[in-house]
Ligand binder design. Structure first.
Ligand SMILES: *[C@@H]1O[C@H](CO)[C@@H](O)[C@H](O)[C@H]1NC(C)=O
Ligand SMILES: *[C@@H]1O[C@H](CO)[C@@H](O)[C@H](O)[C@H]1NC(C)=O
Ligand SMILES: *[C@@H]1O[C@H](CO)[C@@H](O)[C@H](O)[C@H]1NC(C)=O
Ligand SMILES: *[C@@H]1O[C@H](CO)[C@@H](O)[C@H](O)[C@H]1NC(C)=O
Ligand SMILES: *[C@@H]1O[C@H](CO)[C@@H](O)[C@H](O)[C@H]1NC(C)=O
Ligand SMILES: *[C@@H]1O[C@H](CO)[C@@H](O)[C@H](O)[C@H]1NC(C)=O
Ligand SMILES: *[C@@H]1O[C@H](CO)[C@@H](O)[C@H](O)[C@H]1NC(C)=O
Length: 734
């Protein structure tokens, strides 16, 4: 009786976990978190008090969620009343929250982006008129699945982070009616699938975004009502798919490139209210589809090209407010255009008297003056540069150069130069972890009795590991690496410094390092010694093999490691993603706390990986690339479920036996008896479900570590609840 009802419960549960269409619990959690961060807008109330539990199938005129495979792919929230157009509420904004217009002081754009990045399948994001304020943080690059983003009518300000252009899948971007007041990244051409870019009603400054060799997908470009200046780049005349271009209400100057008018698909061209000057060529060609042209309120002179004349064509052309020679009663006197156009460069007096304009004395004077200005400017900037470099900015600059020089083996240069801890990590309590320091080779030699054989405790693809004892009695582990000479010592040191910043309670602590020139040197490599705390209570692999760990202990250890890896992925920008995760590398200290070792080494040891690749052939290298951290952690989860014997039959197991988890009987055959005896079936099911997801073929479709961690903690909770009636469980905090 009891047994059969147990089966029934179990079957229901596993059915529930594997086959229903309900939104993923972790995704729902993210949405509720989002509601909190947006400070509980009324239009999201129905997320909590609607009886239907599945947010994927709830929508309202102002809120719409679309899901695929139970993951949120589209999220749209509009803050204004449905049948009204949003309006810019305020015309000025000084970067501080405004009551009843913006979200409160508590709102953080950084946290909002972090939360959104947990919607790992999100393709379309629309958050319009919700009072969102702040600067777009660098970590916006985490939203790399996005194809469409609309954050219009909010209170975003500042510049655009360069990382924005790494959102390579973007197709449409709408940031109208915000308060952006810096420059726009000039490598927009990286967004190779971009069709629509709309930045209307902001305060963007500087030149128009350069769109060199944009792969001709751009169709709609709206930049009106900003403070863009300079000329329209000639390359805009090569945007072969462009249909609509609105550059009105800026401070653009010069003559627009004539090819702009003859683009094959252009229908709408609006250049009104700028400072454009000069004469449009009379033989200007207009594209067949060009229907609307607005060049009014500029400083154009001369005649109107015949293809822009209203009488002859079916075009709607506006040209009032220039100094053209047609329809003169709506034009300004030519002095208006000449003065305004030239007044900046030449003394106005000379404009009034054309005879003087070519006066060589004045010309020479102007040129001399210009040269003098230039000299002063150059000298000035040299002095400023000197100052800056003295103040210590020189190191990253130097580094950047070096990384470029060694780009063959280099990490992407941005990684080193822009790497920095994100705020959560900075807040992380790392108290008690000793400071990173330099060790002398002498010190290490003493600690290991001159690297005596008996102190050798491991040897892997990354080099030998020795155990040592420092003078003060501290036990240490020393990893000896041979690192390519392609890095200069300085570059290497910066890499090591970056490694030293990876500090987390669940990471084996890197105490310091030593770059030796005393040790024998074979010419094209450097000897590097990494000094770690010695973690002495065995590793997870051997504990699993010893069949002693109960299910709750396994969950506790796994949660700790998942936290550490989550930190490696997101605690530093850009993250460390290849951490050679395996059960052997999870060490336990005397209080049973899990600490991950062997992490982050790809930053100095990538050569080793490449050699491996050569040896094992291209195919297996590709396989390895498929095996990212999530995949490898999935394998550790699997070992936790079925015991480490599975390790020897890795691929075979995955193909043939993952399916065995589906039914209770088969599960009994496969799952480690210790686990079966100490786990609740519900808790087990949670882990089985997340384990499967880690093995999904496409690495991008795999869960994030935040997801993995959530499942681990959820499984631990379920386990604790199941045990509570019998015994009081204290979940160990990790
Ligand atoms: C929905 O929930 C909110 C807050 O949770 C509450 O203020 C509101 O009255 C509820 N609305 C309905 C229709 O139940
Ligand atoms: C729940 O949502 C559905 C679909 O949007 C809606 O028709 C229904 O009225 C809502 N129920 C409540 C109690 O809000
Ligand atoms: C929600 O979005 C889907 C997909 O874009 C669309 O089919 C549906 O009509 C939208 N519903 C509302 C209420 O906007
Ligand atoms: C942009 O606006 C913010 C908020 O008003 C201000 O603090 C910042 O100095 C401005 N930046 C520039 C480049 O004008
Ligand atoms: C901001 O957060 C603090 C602390 O969490 C809270 O006491 C305060 O009420 C919040 N303010 C607003 C406007 O939500
Ligand atoms: C750009 O679009 C093409 C065609 O839709 C697609 O195959 C490609 O993956 C997209 N590129 C990116 C970076 O998303
Ligand atoms: C050009 O843009 C301005 C401002 O957006 C608008 O007022 C004007 O009507 C546009 N011109 C045409 C011909 O559409």
């Amino acid at each position: 009786m009891a047994v059969s009802s147990f089966y029934l419960l179990f079957l229901t549960l596993s059915w529930g976990l594997f086959f229903t269409n309900a939104i993923q619990p972790s995704q729902k959690q993210v949405l509720l978190q989002l509601r909190k961060q947006l400070e509980y807008p009324k239009q999201l109330d129905f997320w909590v008090n609607n009886t239907s539990d599945d947010l994927c199938y709830l929508s309202s005129p102002q809120v719409n969620i679309t899901c695929e495979n139970n993951y949120v792919t589209e999220l749209k929230i509009f803050g204004f009343v449905a049948d009204q157009q949003p309006k810019k509420m305020s015309s000025s904004f000084n970067g501080f929250p405004i009551p009843s217009q913006t979200l409160s002081q508590n709102f953080s754009m950084d946290s909002l982006i972090a939360t959104l990045s947990r919607l790992t399948s999100l393709k379309a994001l629309t958050l319009v008129s919700l009072g969102i304020w702040g600067q777009i943080p660098d970590k916006v690059q985490r939203l790399y699945t996005l194809k469409h983003i609309d954050l219009s009518y909010n209170y975003l300000y500042g510049s655009f982070p360069p990382t924005f252009t790494r959102l390579a899948s973007l197709e449409s971007v709408n940031l109208d009616a915000n308060f952006f007041n810096g420059t726009f990244p000039n490598d927009v051409n990286l967004l190779s699938n971009l069709t629509t870019l709309s930045l209307k009603e902001n305060g963007f400054t500087g030149q128009l975004p350069d769109l060199p060799n944009l792969p001709n997908t751009l169709m709609f470009l709206y930049l009106s009502k900003n403070l863009f200046s300079g000329q329209i780049p000639v390359k805009y005349g090569q945007l072969n798919h462009l249909q609509e271009l609105d550059l009105s209400f800026n401070s653009l100057s010069g003559v627009p490139p004539p090819s702009l008018f003859s683009l094959p698909y252009i229908t709408y061209l609006n250049l009104t209210s700028n400072k454009m000057t000069g004469q449009l060529p009379s033989h200007l060609q207009c594209g067949n589809k060009l229907a609307v042209v607005d060049i009014s309120l500029n400083r154009f002179m001369g005649g109107l090209p015949s293809c822009l004349s209203n009488e002859l064509n079916n075009r709607n052309v506006k040209f009032d407010g220039n100094c053209l020679m047609v329809d003169v009663k709506h034009q300004n006197p030519s002095s208006h255009c000449v003065e305004e156009a030239r007044g900046v460069e030449v003394d106005p007096k000379s404009v009034k008297d054309p005879g003087k304009r070519n006066n060589p004395v004045i010309l020479v004077g102007v040129i001399l003056g210009g040269v003098l200005c230039l000299v002063v400017l150059v000298l000035g900037s040299v002095v400023i540069c000197r100052r800056i470099s003295v103040r210590g900015l020189s190191e990253p600059k130097l580094l950047q150069k070096q990384v470029q020089d060694y780009s063959v083996t280099g990490y992407p240069s941005e990684l080193l130069t822009s790497a920095r801890l994100v705020s959560e990590a900075a807040k992380l309590d790392t108290g008690g972890i000793p400071v990173h320091r330099l060790f002398s080779f002498e010190e290490l030699r003493e600690a290991t009795r001159n690297f005596h054989r008996s102190t050798l405790i491991g040897e892997g693809s990354t080099g030998k590991i020795y155990k040592g004892k420092l003078e003060n009695g501290t036990d240490i582990a020393i990893r000896h690496l041979t690192v390519s000479k392609k890095y200069t010592i300085r570059n290497l040191k910066l890499r090591l410094d970056l490694l030293a910043r990876l500090r987390h309670p669940h990471l084996v602590c890197l105490l310091g390092h030593c770059i030796s020139n005393e040790a024998p040197n074979d010419g094209d490599s450097n000897k590097v010694y990494l000094v770690y705390e010695y973690v002495n209570n065995g590793n997870y692999h051997s504990l699993l093999a010893g069949n002693v760990l109960k299910w709750e202990d396994r969950l506790r250890i796994l949660s700790g490691v998942a936290k550490a890896v989550h930190f490696l992925h997101t605690g530093l920008i850009p993250g460390f993603f290849n951490n050679r995760l395996k059960a052997n590398n999870i060490l336990l200290n005397e209080s049973g706390m899990a600490k991950l070792s062997d992490y982050g080494l790809s930053i100095i040891a990538e050569d080793i990986k490449k050699e491996d690749a050569n040896r094992e052939g291209v195919e297996s290298w590709q396989m390895k690339n498929l095996e990212d951290d999530v995949y490898n952690f999935g394998f550790i989860l699997l070992e936790s479920l079925v015991g480490p014997s599975a390790a020897s039959r890795k691929d075979e197991f995955l193909v043939n036996e993952m399916a065995s988890f589906e039914t209770e009987d088969e599960r009994k055959k496969v799952v480690d008896p210790v686990v079966l005896a100490s786990s609740s079936p519900q808790s087990l099911s949670v882990i089985i479900s997340i384990t499967k997801k880690c093995f999904v073929g496409d690495s991008w479709a795999r869960p994030s570590f935040e997801d993995v961690l959530w499942h681990l903690q959820y499984a631990a909770q379920v386990q604790a609840n199941a045990q509570r009636p019998a015994e009081t469980v204290s979940l160990m905090k990790c």
